[in-house]
Ligand binder design. Structure first.
Ligand SMILES: *Cc1c(COP(=O)(O)O)cnc(C)c1O
Length: 389
């Protein structure tokens, strides 16, 4: 992992460019000025910064680090994960494009497809369960331009066969996109498995301290990188702010240490829950009992702090349990220092539960994020709460 650790700590930084300060400054500037008109005219060839909506030196340090971690040629940072996800779709698709989307991708991505790209851009979307590759092939048509993936996806942590999908898509020139937020750039390298666009929500583990919103795309295709950097991002205007970039750089410095700890704690918690008589089922990508354990081992080198489980007694009991937790706070995000719990589907419509193939059980799904408090504290908290249901 030596190379990853170097990216986290040093790649992209050049202290002599900023008075040998060991940490880079937050370049809080909206523009860069020139000594001469000739300098301005040649800014593109010189690679000079011009205006903050197009590029920023602090943002670029972050982009170089994440590109190195993902083994990509270009990373482009956005003001949120959703800004990054929508930029990825805009960079590949056109009006009337056909998109194949995994059923359990992050909800708002389905929101923008169903609420915007389908009705306003006349795109068509086929939802896929993410498991059957023959079914995936049968969904492909002449207009298919993009396949949207997330692995593992964050409700029941189902994984998709990344190499299997890119083999099918590659043959037909269809672009693939994956949300790699759960694994972080350390535990899964989708570009190496043939994916075209990797997305990270930096609000989660990369930021790691629950203090920023940001997203980033990484590609290994010069042309696609150029489209994103020179066209899509400045046109739609969603660049990450320099302060957020600086905080993400700081987050990256300890990313390896943090995810290792999240993983260690999550294993202890998942094993504890799996043995508990009041717990019905545990969903965690690291468990040997995961139905796709072999596939997961073949494409993921680690696991992080997020999992879900159900208890006997359904949604009512699940809510009672979450309310009894003291260290786990109630909240919807994850990836920060703090442990969180939530029933994310408690208000889901029957239609949505059926769509996710979870049925009524989904309503009582408890999702927990194991933060950095240590397993002892979290196990005690779960123990006292489980006693009360
Ligand atoms: C939070 C999240 C997003 C959205 O990121 P934002 O920065 O909130 O826009 C996308 N994908 C996954 C898996 C997430 O958890």
């Amino acid at each position: 992992m030596q190379r990853d650790e170097l990216a986290l700590t040093h790649v992209g930084e050049n202290q002599s460019e900023y008075l040998n300060a060991v940490t880079p400054p937050v370049f809080l500037t909206s523009l860069h000025i020139f000594d001469s008109m000739e300098g301005y005219q040649n800014h593109k060839e010189d690679g000079a910064y011009v205006y903050g909506r197009e590029g920023n030196p602090t943002v670029e340090i972050l982009e170089k680090k994440v590109a190195a971690l993902e083994q990509g040629c270009k990373a482009v940072a956005f003001s949120s994960g959703m800004a990054a996800a929508s930029a990825a779709i805009l960079s590949v698709c056109r009006a009337k494009s056909h998109i194949i989307c995994m059923r359990d991708v992050y909800g708002p991505v389905k929101g923008i497809l169903n609420g915007y790209f389908i009705p306003r851009m006349e795109m068509r979307v086929s939802y896929w369960d993410g498991k059957d590759l023959d079914e995936l092939e049968s969904l492909i048509c002449e207009d298919t331009d993009l396949i949207l993936l997330e692995s593992p996806a964050t409700f029941v942590f189902s994984a998709v066969d990344i190499r299997g999908v890119t083999r099918i898509a590659g043959k037909r020139g269809i672009r693939t996109y994956i949300d790699n937020t759960y694994c972080t750039p350390l535990y899964q390298k989708p570009l190496e498995m043939g994916v075209d666009i990797v997305m990270h929500t930096m609000s989660k583990y990369i930021g790691g301290h629950s203090d920023i919103i940001g997203g980033i795309l990484v590609v290994n295709d010069e042309e696609l990188g150029k489209t994103l950097y020179e066209n899509i991002r400045p046109w739609f205007g969603g660049i990450l702010g320099p302060m957020e970039a600086w905080l993400a750089i700081r987050g990256l410095r300890t990313l390896n240490l943090r995810v290792e700890k999240h993983q260690q704690t999550a294993f202890a918690v998942a094993e504890y829950l799996e043995k508990h008589p009041k717990v019905e089922k545990v969903y965690y990508s690291g468990l040997p009992t995961h139905p796709q354990a072999e596939l997961i081992r073949s494409q993921q080198s680690g696991h992080t702090g997020l999992m879900s489980f159900t208890v006997h007694g359904g949604a009512e009991t699940a809510i009672k349990l979450v309310n009894q937790l003291k260290v786990f706070e109630i909240g919807c995000s994850w990836g920060g220092f703090e442990s969180l719990a939530l029933c994310p589907l408690v208000n889901a419509s029957q239609e949505e539960l059926d769509f996710l193939h979870l049925g009524e059980k989904g309503r009582g799904l408890i999702r927990i994020h194991c933060g950095l408090e240590g397993s002892e504290v979290l196990l005690e908290d779960l123990e006292q709460a489980l006693k009360q249901i």
